[in-house]
Design a binder for this molecule. Sequence first.
Ligand SMILES: [Fe+2]
Length: 201
Amino acid sequence: MNRSVELQTFVDVIRHAFETSSANSAARRLVYRIFNGLENPAGRINPPPRQLPVCEHLAPALDHAREQGGVAATLANALDAISPQLVWARRPISPNDDSTFQANHANTVVVGDDGLELRDDVWIGITLLAPDTRYPDHRHPPEEIYAVLSPGEWKQNTGPWHSPGFGGVVHNPPNILHAMRSTAMPLLAIWCLWTGEPEER
Ligand SMILES: [Fe+2]
């Protein structure tokens, strides 16, 4: 199986962003598992692309990331190159959604279940939030790492909100309660989850 040049570049620049970040050793082990797995491309599908109204915030968010230069600009260019293929969707309604959340967010899966590349060991996706939107607290067994492409705030458990900044990294250990929210600017972030075999300890 081959990846498109655009998708391979997207994978490569995310790996580079994580490997050159200040991520701690646990996050680095996760990065290794994810991108080691991705060295074997899986099957491709070409689902019909889909946009949602909130996607009007994508182009300005990408422009803002490009203006930063460095890692953020590289990630923005790679994301932009695959953007015509993306299938944006809302996550299922959950009881702790606030009244504006459904209209003000979109997720897309790039690699993984229902992604452009179908596989069950790694998920890579993208979240876009309109300004002043909170993504509800959630938790999931797979360990997760984000590459941040915009202003915005993240939190874990009852900890304080913090701003990773353009090109910043957030590592969520398995099952930790976590959330994110945009500021007056849209929030744009790439998330990567390891859904394969757990790490041997
Ligand atoms: Fe998450």
